[in-house]
Write a protein that binds this ligand. Structure first.
Ligand SMILES: [Zn+2]
Length: 376
C-alpha cells in the first residue's frame, strides 16, 4: 500500500508539472460511429456449429477432392469447427462483445417478417419493423425510412452516412430517390464480388468523414442457392477475416478507436431438414407468392429459415447487462435499427417518430448509449 501511494504521488506531481508547462489540451471528445456488416443468408448452424459434416461429405454439395485436400482439413478435421470457420466472431466478438442466436444453447433470434427472404429482411432491420406489403425482391422504392435515411436527414450526420453492397436492389431498399444516401452497388460495371465490396468498404472507412457505414456482402447466399457448400463456407471465412481487418483498422485509428460500435448480422437463415433445404429459404407465404419454385416448400416454407444471429462489440455494447433474450423470448431483426441509432448516442424514439411509423422495435437489451473506454 505504501509503495502504491508513493507511486501515485509521483504521478500526480508529474501530471501537475506537465499541465503547467504545456498548453491545456481538451479531453478527447467521444464522437460515436457505427459500422454495420451483413452477410446474406448465413445459417446459425454454420456460425455456431461450424462446417456441417453431412453437407461436407455429400458430393452433391462439396467436390470430394476439395473436401479431402482443402476444406476438410481447414474446417472439419479440427477440434473446434465453429472457431475454425469464423475465428473473429468466436475469438473476438463473442469474448469482447456478444454473439447470439445459438439454438443449441437455447438462444432465440429471428426475423419478425413473415417472408424470410432478402428485401423484407433488409427492410426490417434497417427500418425497425417488418412491412407485410413488401413481398418481392424487385426494384421497389421502399416507402419506409431506414436508419441511414433518418441519419442523413439530421444536420449532424448529413454527408456522414454511406452504404456499399453487392446487390442492385439496395438503392431501392434505402430509397436513394427520396434521400441522397450514397449507396455504392457496382464498381466499374463489374459484378461486385465480396472481395470488391470489402475493398470499397475499407476505402469508405479510410475517408475519415463517415459516422454510419453499412457494408453488405452477398456471396454466401449466391453460393448456397447454387448448392456449392465449399464456396459458401469459404465466402463466410473471408467475411470473418474482413471483420478482423475492419476491427484492427478501427482500433488503430484515433478517428474510430474507442468510439465505434461494430454490428454483424444476416438478413435471413436457411433450411436444415431435409438435407437440400440448406440451399433455400422463405416462408410458406413466400412460396405461395412464387408457387412455381420448389413446390416441396409451398405448404411449410423452408422450416427454420427465419432463424438469424447477431454479433456486436464496441462502446455501445453493454456487457454488464444480461445479453441474451430471457427464457421464451426472442431477439428480432427489427431491433437492429434502433440499436444502431442508440449506439450513436441518439434517441431511438426520435428515429421511430420521424421514420413516420412510430413503431420501431426497441434496441437490443445489450445496446446502450456509448461510453468512453474506462480510464486506465
Ligand atoms: Zn437467397
Amino acid at each position: 500500500m505504501r509503495k502504491r501511494a508513493k507511486a501515485l504521488g509521483l504521478t500526480i506531481l508529474f501530471v501537475l508539472a506537465t499541465a503547467a508547462s504545456a498548453p491545456a489540451r481538451a479531453a478527447p471528445q467521444l464522437e460515436p460511429k457505427v459500422v454495420l456488416v451483413t452477410f446474406d443468408g448465413v445459417r446459425w448452424q454454420d456460425i455456431f456449429r461450424g462446417a456441417d459434416p453431412k453437407l461436407m461429405n455429400d458430393p452433391a454439395y462439396v467436390n470430394p477432392d476439395i473436401k479431402s485436400d482443402v476444406i476438410g482439413p481447414a474446417y472439419l478435421d479440427v477440434a473446434d469447427r465453429a472457431s475454425a470457420l469464423t475465428p473473429f466472431l468466436h475469438g473476438v466478438m463473442a469474448k469482447d462483445g456478444v454473439l447470439l442466436g445459438n439454438r443449441d444453447k437455447g438462444e432465440c433470434a429471428k426475423v419478425a417478417n413473415d417472408l424470410w427472404f432478402s428485401y423484407p429482411g433488409y427492410n426490417e432491420f434497417q427500418t425497425g419493423r417488418p412491412d407485410p406489403n413488401l413481398t418481392g425482391n424487385g426494384k421497389t422504392p421502399n416507402p419506409n425510412v431506414t436508419f441511414l435515411e433518418y441519419l442523413q436527414t439530421q444536420p449532424r450526420y448529413h454527408g456522414k452516412v454511406s452504404m456499399v453492397g453487392a446487390w442492385d436492389v439496395f438503392p431501392y431498399i434505402v430509397n436513394t430517390q427520396r434521400t441522397d444516401v450514397p449507396v455504392n452497388i457496382g464498381f466499374n460495371g463489374t459484378y461486385p464480388t465480396d472481395v470488391k465490396t470489402a475493398r470499397e468498404g475499407m476505402r469508405l472507412l479510410e475517408k475519415h468523414d463517415q459516422r454510419a457505414v453499412y457494408i453488405a456482402f452477398g456471396d454466401t447466399d449466391e453460393f448456397a442457392h447454387a448448392g456449392d457448400y465449399a464456396h459458401y463456407l469459404m465466402a463466410l471465412e473471408r467475411g470473418d477475416d474482413f471483420l478482423r481487418q475492419v476491427w484492427d483498422y478501427l482500433q488503430s485509428d484515433p478517428y474510430y478507436r474507442g468510439q465505434t460500435t461494430l454490428m454483424v448480422l444476416t438478413d435471413h437463415g436457411r433450411g436444415e431438414t431435409p438435407t437440400e433445404a440448406w440451399r433455400e429459404h422463405g416462408s410458406s407465404r413466400a412460396y405461395k407468392l412464387t408457387p412455381k419454385d420448389f413446390p416441396q416448400y409451398n405448404e411449410t416454407g423452408v422450416v427454420g429459415s427465419d432463424n438469424v444471429w447477431f454479433a456486436a462489440m464496441g462502446p455501445g455494447v453493454k456487457r454488464d447487462v444480461a445479453s441474451g433474450p430471457g427464457a421464451g423470448e426472442c431477439l428480432h431483426s427489427a431491433q437492429v435499427a434502433a440499436s444502431l441509432v442508440t449506439a450513436l448516442g441518439e434517441d431511438w424514439r426520435a428515429f421511430s417518430r420521424q421514420s413516420a411509423h412510430d413503431q420501431a422495435a426497441p434496441p437490443f437489451p445489450f445496446i446502450g448509449a456509448p461510453t468512453p473506454p474506462s480510464a486506465p
